[in-house]
Write a protein that binds this ligand. Structure first.
Ligand SMILES: Cc1cc2nc3c(=O)[nH]c(=O)nc-3n(C[C@H](O)[C@H](O)[C@H](O)COP(=O)(O)OP(=O)(O)OC[C@H]3O[C@@H](n4cnc5c(N)ncnc54)[C@H](O)[C@@H]3O)c2cc1C
Length: 373
């Protein structure tokens, strides 16, 4: 696409997908405008696990050196039972190799790295996209202050509850994930874990992941749809019999309730991610339960693929279809792998405990081998 048109690409949302799209377009010499409803990037998700293909995407975005300085490497995974019995281990170092070594990083650090260099001319922060419609000539965008923008291409990177998706797609509902209905995230002092460590139990699971030498990122998930997000007593009870390290981190978080973030786990499954001059990327197109921690990786890969398609064509209305063709198989692979493991995670605890030593290493290899660049 000729670069004089490039000012007219508008990106809805300055999350991982939006910032990566801005950056990938910039690498192709194409300017764009990011519209983000928040004044500063949100870090309510606290931290994020980046598997090897996310690290590879960051390298393609020109950030190989920067990512190595953030967070903590994730060299191995341990899957444990509620009584601390080790069910499976994965040597992530051996699987991904040094150049794609997974990392756990603070979300705020990741956002700052992706957005470095984004100046006011390319960024409308603290402005929400309120409405979108399109005609043959352009996509028309109305902001919450009444301001109107028009774009030759509108990239909907506005997350799982995307306004852009709702405006342009006939079916746009989110669905509850199969894995679990609710989860909580927190940071706590490291109770003694040295890698990705998941304990799975009768009524819930808890994951601890070091983000630096002293701190772990924690994620607890429950499958009790009726539990109120602030019912901390219930949370405490479900994990009462869990091993000391898991208990210690969770107890710290429960004693500091302001540090606990509740998140529903919602998914978006669509046959089509584009309509005319509008293309959806990241969670807006395909939010998937974080079973394989692929959300950021897929969002950044979307950005790289979209930018190369945009750079290679003058026919804007074909971009969406080409993008779908390039990305749908990979995304469907992650969705299918997510569904398979979510189903296994819902088996009765006794059975799960029995089969996890066999299915975990196999599903890890099957899922990530196909995603290795
Ligand atoms: C509990 C949980 C744990 C997870 N853990 C991991 C993990 O470990 N690893 C991983 O890779 N992924 C993980 N994910 C998934 C990951 O968080 C997402 O896939 C990723 O954040 C998607 O990025 P995005 O930019 O598409 O969407 P978002 O991060 O949601 O960003 C969308 C942006 O758009 C903005 N926006 C929304 N509406 C508007 C509007 N109308 N106008 C302007 N701006 C708007 C929002 O403010 C936001 O900044 C997890 C998800 C959950 C729920």
């Amino acid at each position: 696409m000729a670069s004089e048109d490039s000012q007219r690409i508008v990106i809805a949302g300055g999350g991982i997908a939006g910032l990566a799209t801005w950056r990938a377009l910039k690498q192709q010499g194409i300017d764009s405008l990011v519209v983000e409803r928040r004044p500063v990037a949100a870090d309510g998700g606290l931290a994020i696990n980046l598997p090897g293909n996310a690290i590879a995407a960051l390298a393609q975005l020109g950030l190989a050196g920067e990512i190595e300085r953030l967070g903590h490497p994730v060299r191995k995974r341990e899957y444990r039972a509620q009584d601390d019995r080790l069910l499976a281990t994965i040597d992530e170092d051996a699987f991904w190799g040094e150049a794609m070594r997974p990392r756990a990083v603070r979300r705020s650090d990741l956002m700052a790295m992706l957005g470095a260099g984004l100046d006011a001319s390319a960024h409308r922060a603290d402005r929400s996209i309120a409405a979108v419609h399109q005609d043959a000539a352009a996509a028309h965008i109305r902001l919450d202050n009444g301001e109107a923008l028009s774009a030759t291409l509108l990239v909907g990177a506005d997350g799982v509850r995307s306004t852009v998706r709702q405006a342009v797609m006939a079916t746009s509902q989110t669905s509850a994930a199969r894995l679990a209905s609710a989860s909580w995230r927190f940071m706590a002092p490291n109770p003694g874990v040295d890698g990705w460590t998941l304990w799975t139990g009768k009524r819930g699971m808890i994951l601890l992941l070091p983000v630096d030498d002293a701190t772990v990122y924690g994620w607890v998930a429950l499958d009790s749809p009726d539990v109120a997000f602030d019912d901390l007593k219930h949370l405490d009870q479900v994990f009462r019999d869990f091993p000391e390290r898991a208990r210690k981190a969770l107890s710290w978080a429960l004693a500091h309730p302001e540090s606990l973030y509740h998140s529903p786990i919602e998914e978006v499954r669509l046959a089509q991610w584009s309509e005319g001059r509008v293309v959806l990327v990241g969670d807006a197109a395909h939010a998937t339960a974080p079973v394989w921690a692929e959300g950021a990786a897929l969002a950044m890969e979307d950005a790289l693929v979209l930018a190369s398609i945009v750079a290679g064509t003058d026919e804007v209305t074909t971009i969406g279809r080409r993008f779908e063709q390039a990305r749908q198989v990979r995304v469907a692979h992650v969705q299918a792998a997510t569904d398979r493991l979510s189903k296994a995670a819902r088996l009765p605890y006794g059975l799960r405990r029995l089969i996890m030593p066999f299915i975990v290493p196999r599903s890890y290899r099957a899922t990530y081998s196909a995603l290795k660049p």
